[in-house]
Design a protein around this ligand. Structure first.
Ligand SMILES: [Zn+2]
Ligand SMILES: [Zn+2]
Length: 555
């Protein structure tokens, strides 16, 4: 090992927010580091970002370091870990490593997006081991809420890191492998320098219930249902799809899949063997022909997504599917922070139609896929890392995770945020530098920087609308015709009954005429004066200042 070689870690996303996970590990001396990237996730935008669908980590730094970047390893196929791959991979064209289920989902997703890149995938078996430059990477199976979640044991000449990915401890996960406790204990015996781990549920006491407990509850709720039953869940939760399918089979109901995302996952799960022994799902066309007590609908839309199946059903706007009074809808899910209002809207839509809605507030119909405090303590006990770095959380989650680690006897706990470069070895761990990090937005079909003004402009327009003023000015500095004023998203009449369009018009003309004749031939100066006057006049009339756009024509 080169005397000045160090092992570093930096989160480029996911440390400070839930979502858009992207971590990098580097080894080498400061000027010749080689890198691997772990995960390429998205976060979902809420109403605070009008018109934006998805948020992605800014990969400027990876583009700068492209020639030293050895590969990307995907831990699992949740959107917050692999959702940015199709959009961002063409900028890096780096080798990608994934397990079979994740790889199959990438292919299925690509087929659904015309023009998406054909990414060559290196498929790694579960528990597999491979080498990228100085990094010796071994997968360790973790129970989670999707098949094939993997932790990464990353061995380097400077020490070994466990990057947990998303995990929980569930000895009976229903589908897929349980968390590989033996391998984690062996890592503890071998010696683990640092654990970089999931903080999502670090403020919840105890242990998560098992998927098997949820399956039992769902089976009972489906068995006693008098009429139709619909279950909505995260499409990628294959264990939940199995639980519903088995419960349906036990009371001779057919399972109809409603929603494209779920059809896609079901197909991939079928191809990769995760639905072996489960009856075939029926397509949505047969829904109307099945008697109410012979059907269970599995629907997308558990997050209140307005275009998903359940939202459309709740608004009685689905072409093939309707529910009616006495039917039962089970939310086998929990609203991701930011989606609560949308979910409540869907629930209210259903309840207003006389449909019974069951959620995890009253029944064990959902469990999270992330570790609670006792599970975090178990992991620390198995692996016994020297250093612990909380990631995958907002600052609150990460500081709670840090507290759990300190109480478990870890004295080197490092809190970090996106873009901070942390040295893990040699020497005391801590921040040594900052690297470029930030956010990208998917805006329609474009990827734009969050630093651009677009979204801020859109928010301003949403709050106070816009006034547009057009005027033609002659060479001598006279108005050549009547200025034109248009209001967009601005009230028509003020509190005194005056037309706001006229207020804007008067302010514009007055501002123009009070300018010295010489200045009136400078379009920039004219626009500036009118903008200021119109905004001030509307501020007085309305207590809000809209965006004002002035168009000056020289004639
Ligand atoms: Zn996950
Ligand atoms: Zn995650």
């Amino acid at each position: 090992m080169h005397p000045s070689a160090d092992l570093v870690f930096a989160p480029l996303g996911g440390a400070g927010e839930i979502g858009m996970n992207l971590a990098i590990y580097g080894f080498g001396d400061e000027h010749r580091r080689q890198w691997i990237a772990v995960d390429f996730g998205v976060a979902f935008a809420d109403d605070a970002l009008p018109g934006i669908d998805l948020i992605m980590p800014d990969i400027r730094y990876l583009m700068e370091e492209r020639h030293n970047l050895l590969g990307l390893v995907l831990t699992h196929a949740h959107e917050d870990h692999f959702g940015a791959l199709l959009d961002l991979w063409p900028r890096l064209k780096l080798p990608v490593y994934a397990t079979p289920f994740t790889a199959a989902l990438i292919k299925a997703k690509r087929e659904g997006e015309p023009g998406a890149p054909d990414i060559p995938l290196n498929i790694v078996p579960l528990g597999g081991r491979f080498t990228l430059g100085p990094f010796d990477i071994e997968l360790v199976s973790m129970a989670h809420s999707i098949p094939e979640s993997n932790g990464l044991i990353i061995r380097t000449p400077a020490g070994t890191v466990l990057h947990t990915g998303d995990w929980k401890i569930d000895p009976t996960p229903l589908v897929g492998a349980a968390t590989d406790e033996a391998k984690l204990r062996a890592l503890g015996n071998e010696g683990c320098l640092a654990l970089i781990g999931d903080s999502t549920n670090a403020f919840r006491d105890g242990r998560s219930p098992s998927e098997t407990d949820v399956a039992a509850c769902l089976a009972e709720l489906i068995r006693v249902a008098p009429a139709r039953v619909a279950v909505t869940t995260f499409a990628s939760n294959v264990a939940r799809l199995c639980a519903v399918a088995r419960a349906a089979a036990a009371c001779e109901r057919e399972v109809v899949i409603i929603g494209r995302a779920m059809e896609r996952i079901a197909q991939v799960a079928r191809e990769t063997g995760y639905l072996d022994g489960i009856q075939d799902f029926r397509s949505v066309e047969v829904y109307g022909h099945l008697p109410p007590d012979k059907v269970v609908a599995l629907c997308t839309g558990s997050q209140g997504e307005p275009r998903a199946a359940l939202s459309r059903i709740a608004q009685d706007d689905h072409p093939e599917v309707a529910f009616s009074r006495g039917d039962r809808v089970i939310f086998s899910s929990r609203a991701i922070p930011g989606n609560e209002k949308a979910v409540t809207r869907v629930i209210n839509g259903l309840v207003a139609q006389g449909i019974e809605v069951i959620t995890d507030r009253t029944h064990l119909v959902h469990v999270s896929g992330h570790p609670r405090i006792q599970e975090l303590r178990d992991m620390i006990g198995w692996v016994r890392p020297q250093i612990l770095i909380p990631v995958h959380g907002e600052p609150l989650h990460m500081s709670e995770h840090a507290e759990v680690a300190r109480r478990a006897g870890i004295d080197k706990v490092v809190l970090c945020r996106d873009g901070e470069l942390i040295r893990l070895a040699p020497g005391a761990p801590g921040k040594i530098d900052e690297v470029p990090a930030g956010r990208l937005y998917r805006d329609g079909s474009l990827i734009v920087s969050a630093e651009e003004r677009t979204v801020a402009d859109r928010r301003r327009l949403g709050f106070a609308g816009m006034v547009s003023v057009a005027l033609a000015v002659s060479e001598r500095g006279d108005l050549s015709c009547e200025p034109q004023v248009r209001l967009i998203g601005v009230p028509e009449i003020d509190g005194l009954g005056q037309r706001i369009e006229e207020i804007a018009y008067d302010a514009a003309v007055e501002a123009f005429e009070s300018m010295p004749r010489g200045r009136r031939c400078d379009p920039e100066a004219v626009a500036e004066a009118i903008r200021g006057a119109v905004r001030a006049a509307l501020g007085a009339a309305w207590s809000k200042k809209p965006t004002c756009h002035v168009h000056v024509l020289e004639v």
